[in-house]
Design a protein around this ligand. Structure first.
Ligand SMILES: [Zn+2]
Length: 453
């Protein structure tokens, strides 16, 4: 029972700026490239360095700093980036490379699995073309994509795969309109598990399948009226079992929490990151700060979700603004309420010292375009109150820490992977400068993805 797959023309081959054949770069794994003259934002939050030099050797950064302090020899290929800004590649801590063409739970299960696997490769490429060099993915494809990308078969970011995420029966990772057997074989990112014994087995399955992080839907997500955001989906006991089992396997837990109760129990259980987390109370924020639990606020996704809710004519459930039971009739007033609530919540977490990341939650090419949505999320963090520099740190070093790859990427410093962007605009002067059309160079692990230099 498969539906015909539509043509996904926006992902057609031969995208401008792609240097055939992949992989690009100098073609010399030991080659040296010196990028000179740019303003350097290293991802660690300090003042930018003007007229910098970044020396790339093979796949890593050999040196970076003010031009006079970074000598390089004549054999290096010099890329003149005078007047441009250089920063680390972006890190998206929350996406779903499920290859889904549709925005609803039944059709993304019914859609041909093999078509979705192929489409997911295009989604990965789109992320990279927008300067996203690492992602954490929740989908059945991520473990395989990771291998294919690492082997150089297809272009894409480094993937930290979660494989499928744990959902209770009828939760955000289930589908009501298809038989349960089909959900278990064909759900692009959900794995149904109820009760302590099943969630323990599910964590073991995630690890068996190559998951490097365990995703759990601890609350509803508003796909339909029976799955509202303000309902907790896993008990504290279940969450504790999930964290315990993940700890045995030394993998972190990322918990989708859209209501205060779920976020609090997830924090009590000791998850590694809270996804969405738009309803954090003071106690939960305190626990997050104390335990080092990160927040991926997914501001763009939550704003889109409102527009896709039933009141706005979309396919999903009732509009949700945390803490507001009686929504105003005026759509514009609902939008303002949500924006203010997301902003207030984010700034309270930030003020307490909670690590903030960037998560696009891209899951469907049409609604949440891969790569573009990541850039929009960085912009939205600034609109919600972070400074440009704070949003850049969220998208780079903090993202790497959330993915637990901070030892090898996320900052421009010697020894880190040469994952970097050169922009024709300065994002510190206006975060909208962080845009694909301004990316004159995208480099991943020393290989040139796109270059206008
Ligand atoms: Zn998600």
């Amino acid at each position: 029972m498969y539906l015909a797959a539509p043509e996904v023309t926006q992902m057609a081959a031969g995208q401008p700026g792609m240097r055939p054949p992949w992989p690009g770069g100098t073609g010399d794994p030991g080659g040296r490239i010196a990028i000179t003259g740019a303003r350097l934002i290293d991802g660690r939050g300090g003042d930018p360095v003007d007229d910098a030099v970044v020396l790339v050797e093979g796949s890593v950064i050999a040196a970076a700093g003010a031009g006079a302090e970074v000598p390089f020899d004549r054999d290096a290929q010099v890329l003149d980036a005078a007047g441009a800004t250089l920063m680390p590649g972006l890190i998206d801590g929350h996406c779903h490379l499920g290859g889904a063409s549709f925005p609803d739970e039944d059709r993304w299960v019914l859609e041909d699995d093999r078509y979705q696997a192929i489409a997911s490769a295009a989604q990965a490429r789109q992320l990279l073309q927008h300067g996203v060099t690492s992602v954490r993915d929740i989908s059945v494809n991520g473990t395989r994509l990771r291998t294919a990308i690492a082997r150089g078969l297809i272009p894409g970011p480094e993937i930290v795969p979660c494989w499928r995420g744990l959902s209770r029966r009828g939760g955000h990772g289930d589908a009501r309109g298809v038989p349960p057997e089909m959900v278990s074989t064909s759900h692009p990112w959900g794995l149904v598990a109820d009760g302590p014994a099943e969630v323990r087995a599910a964590v073991r399955e995630v690890v068996k399948q190559g998951g490097q992080c365990v995703k759990v839907w601890a609350s509803g997500g508003g796909l339909h009226e029976n799955e509202p955001e303000d309902v907790q989906h896993y008990s504290l006991r279940e969450l504790r079992v999930i964290v315990e089992e993940a700890n045995y396997a030394r993998v972190p837990v990322a918990a989708h929490c859209e209501c205060a109760a779920a976020a609090k129990d997830a924090a009590r259980a000791g998850v590694w990151s809270i996804e969405h987390g738009e309803d954090l109370d003071e106690e939960t924020i305190g626990l997050m700060a104390e335990k080092g639990i990160s927040l991926n606020p997914t501001v763009v996704l939550l704003t889109q979700w409102l527009e896709q809710s039933s009141v706005f004519g979309g396919p999903y459930g009732k509009p949700y603004v945390p803490g507001v039971t009686e929504l105003p009739a005026d759509p514009e007033a609902i939008r303002t309420l949500l924006h203010d609530r997301l902003s207030e919540n984010l700034m309270a977490a930030k003020a307490a010292g909670v690590r903030i990341g960037v998560g696009s939650d891209s899951y469907c090419a049409d609604l949440t375009p891969f790569g573009l949505q990541t850039l929009n999320e960085v912009h939205a963090l600034v609109a919600a109150g972070l400074s440009e520099m704070e949003a850049i740190v969220a998208a780079t070093r903090s993202g790497a820490e959330i993915l637990r790859i901070g030892d090898r990427t996320g900052a421009i410093e010697p020894g880190k992977a040469a994952d970097l962007l050169v922009l024709s605009a300065d994002p510190l002067a206006g975060i909208s400068g962080l845009a694909r059309e301004n990316m004159v160079l995208v480099m991943k692990a020393g290989q040139v993805v796109t270059s206008g230099l």
